[in-house]
Structures are given as structure tokens and as C-alpha cells.
Design a protein around this ligand. Sequence first.
Ligand code: 3HC
Length: 326
Amino acid sequence: MYAQLVKSEASAEDPIRLAEFQARIDRGEKIEPKDWMPAGYRKTLIRQIGQHAHSEIVGQLPEGNWITRAPTLERKANLLAKVQDEAGHGLYLYCAAETLGVSRDELFEMLHNGKMKYSSIFNYPTLTWADMGAVGWLVDGAAIMNQVPLQRTSYGPYARAMVRICKEESFHQRQGYHLLLHMMKGSEAQQRMCQDALNRMWFPALMMFGPSDKDSVHSAQSMAWKIKMNTNDELRQKFVDETVRQAEFLGLQIPDDALRWNESTGHYDFSEPDWDEFHDVISGNGPCNHERLEARKSAWNDGAWVREARMAHAMKNSERRLAAAE
Ligand code: 3HC
């Protein structure tokens, strides 16, 4: 359905219309679903919002796995609430993508057949309880860094969805940091567990911001359209600058020998992530890619009866309404 839409728009694009569209973006106007938009703008938004939605849904898996093993009732309630929030974020984002003319079934199909990605970070395992802290602190922390500017993105439904999502992500980040603060006051074994979680998660968290600017395919056009408000490297740097001090407060060591404050730039210098590993993970060969995708596919297949029952119910209702009207 949406492939046809994009095709018909592409043929209708003339330079004057494109210039008027760009002028609206430059004036800071929001683009709404019924407004004319270039095919590339629609396509890029569907890709980015769709991938974002998939990330929220797949992102439930590494943490959902720990709900039954939370050490206290309070931690369990927090984690449960967080994982439920991620499901909600996925739903807001699928709704925002649907306003662009793509159906939810099409989006799921593209996730299941590998045509659409989800965030690389969720292809890493969560091995200990301290990972729940590190995920909240680093993964949700990186997500917030990327998503706060997206509240000002040019597409109205996406920008509005981000407002609520960011509020909730902020709670997620704090619950993770609080968990680590608590564990760092515990035994030496608990402290080692926290350091180990940071050692494993640090570079994958840096990869969440995407490839370095020189290798980013979409950044230039997405920034011109205000679909992205900052480059990948700008946000990665901002994340490092804020997180180093948080690690110091926790008493944890960032696993990077090259990390040091640079007086002349006013930022931390740090090592680049291993980009070969990043490309491996986003092309389906990370440690948990297979497991994550299988979990999503079986959830989709197991839920078929619910979708079918709801369709049958809706059809019966509309038949009843038609019969009553006659
Ligand atoms: N994981 C997977 N794929 C990634 C990636 C990552 N961390 N970073 C980049 N890529 C992919 C891109 O999708 C693109 O592939 P494609 O052409 O097949 O779609 C390719 O690598 C080139 O990267 P670009 O820099 O050119 O891509 P973008 O301009 O789209 O930038 C992005 C990537 C910064 C992730 C951008 O898409 C973005 O800001 N997205 C919105 C935020 C988002 O999706 N966040 C997910 C985080 S997890 C989350 O929010 C869950 C929460 O609960 C923690």
C-alpha cells in the first residue's frame, strides 16, 4: 500500500513544490499527515519511526527476561512498569507511522523478514541483575539523549509522540541508575557485577547513536528535513560527556583507556566503538539477533487467533448494524 503511495508522490514532485516544502521546514512549521510531502520525506520517516517502534518492542525482551528474578517486590514492580512502558512507546510510534500510510501489518512484516532494523543494542544478552541497572542507565540514557531533540522534529505526530515517551524514558534511566547506586553500596561481588555490566554495555551503548558522521548515509538529508535534529557524533559526544561524571559518582570505571578530558575542546576524548562489530550486529549476526527475531515472530504467530477473533467480531458487529439500519 505505502509503496504505491511513495511512487505516486515521487512522480508528482516538481521543484517549486519541493522548495515550498523546504521553506515550511525551515520556518519551523510542523508537517501534518494530510499535508503534501516529498516521497523521500515520507519514506525516511516510515523507516525511522518504524525502526524506532520495533526497537521499543524488541527492547522489552532483554529486560522482560528478568522480571521473575528481580530481588525485591519494589524492583520487580519498577521493572514491570518499565517494560510495560516500552510496549506503550511501540504502540504510539506504530500509530505515528500509520499516519504516513503504512499499515501495522506491513511494518511487522518488514521486521519479520529483515527488511527493517531495530536498535543494535537489543542484540546483546543481559547476563546478570546488574545488567538491569546498566540497561536503564546507559541504554535508556542514550535513548533520551537521542529522543529529547526529536520532540522538535518536523513531523507533527512523531514530535508529539516523543513528548510522552521522553518523560517515561527519564524514569527508566533513573530506575537503572538507582539500582546501580544501591548495588555499589553492597558487597564486593555486587560491585564487581556492576563493573562487569558496564564493561559489556559501554561500547554497544555508544553504537546506539549510529555510525560515525562520515559513514552515516541518511544524516545530511534527515537533518535538512529536521527528521533528525543532531548528527550521530554530536549526540554520542554529549552522551559521553554526561555519563562519565555519572560513572565517577557510582565509583565505576569506564572501560576505555583513551578516555580523558580535553581542555581545548571542552569535551571528553574517547575510543571509537568497533564498527565491524556494529555492522555485524545490524546485518543480523549479533549474539542474540536470531533469538530476538524468533521471539517476535512466534509472538506474532501465537497472537494470530486474537487478531482473527477480533476481525470476526468486528465483521459480525457491522453486519448487525447494517441489518438494523435496513
Ligand atoms: N541499530 C541498528 N541500526 C542502526 C543503528 C543502530 N544503533 N544506527 C544506525 N543504524 C542503521 C540505520 O538504520 C541505517 O540503515 P538503513 O538504511 O537500512 O535504515 C544505517 O545504519 C546507516 O545509519 P544512518 O546514520 O545513516 O541512519 P539514520 O540517519 O537513520 O540514524 C539513528 C540512525 C540515529 C538510530 C536514527 O534512525 C534515529 O535517531 N532514530 C530514532 C531513535 C531510535 O530509533 N532509537 C532506538 C533506540 S532504542 C529505544 O528507543 C528503546 C528504549 O526503550 C531504550
